[in-house]
Design a binder for this molecule. Structure first.
Ligand code: PRP
Ligand code: URA
Length: 210
């Protein structure tokens, strides 16, 4: 069974409280989503491998540790996942970025794929899929299935700002190898598949389309 990591650092909780507020405007919403993604990235990369190297300080030779092992790829689920990319890249500037476009059919709530472009070497990278919302889990599960089956990715994590229990269960059932990182586990979904209390439509709030 995959692990659910709830990253409830006080700074993240504070920023998330402003993100949730319906009176928060597009500019601030966008900035805060990026900041929270950056803070979450710090925690989600805690298990990256390091190796010992030597550097010359002005005083002596020091044995220190640097990142080693597999390189990273960030894969935002379009559209809303785009809002998390810059924040992630602030911490891991050399990560490559793949894009997967999925939208939820408003009637069936099923994900429909409309775009996909991955780095050539994605199969050998540690992949972090980012999307602010994990609601039914349909989009996340489809995105994970897709990059597993089409590209052979094996080391995948999922990062969301807010998750519903239904979405967590779905991803854990479909992909027991994929750990989930979220800043909040909310109560439930409403009849339209929106997370309650959630933050509304993440894509619309990031891009100002409503
Ligand atoms: C939202 C969100 C997720 C999806 C979550 O995207 O960003 O991708 O819904 O819902 P699910 O867990 O029930 O699949 P949406 O379909 O609204 O598209 P958008 O990002 O283009 O606004
Ligand atoms: N997508 C969103 O943007 N918000 C939700 O609450 C659920 C799905």
């Amino acid at each position: 069974m995959s692990k659910l990591h709830i990253i409830d650092h006080p700074l993240i909780l504070h920023k998330l409280s402003i993100i949730r507020d319906k009176n928060t405007g597009v500019k601030e919403f966008r900035e805060l989503v990026s900041e929270v993604a950056s803070l979450m990235c710090y925690e989600a990369t805690r298990d990256l491998e390091t190796e010992e190297v030597e550097v010359e300080t002005p005083v002596a030779t020091a044995k220190v540790r640097q990142l080693a092992g597999k390189k990273l790829a960030i894969v935002p689920v379009l559209r809303a996942g785009l809002g998390m990319v810059d924040g992630m890249l602030q911490l891991i500037p050399s990560a490559k970025v793949g894009h997967i476009g999925l939208y939820r059919d408003p009637e069936t709530l099923e994900p429909v794929e409309y775009y996909c472009k991955m780095p050539n070497d994605i199969a050998s990278r540690n992949v972090i899929i980012v999307d602010p919302m994990l609601a039914t889990g349909g989009s996340a599960s489809a995105a994970i299935s897709f990059i597993k089956s089409r590209y052979g990715c094996k080391n995948i994590k999922l990062m969301n700002l807010i998750a519903a229990p239904e979405g967590v269960e779905r991803v854990q059932a479909d992909h027991p190898d994929v750990d989930i990182y979220t800043a909040a586990l909310d109560e439930r979904l409403n009849d339209h598949g929106y997370i309650v209390p959630g933050l509304g439509d993440a894509g619309d709030r990031i891009f100002g389309t409503k």
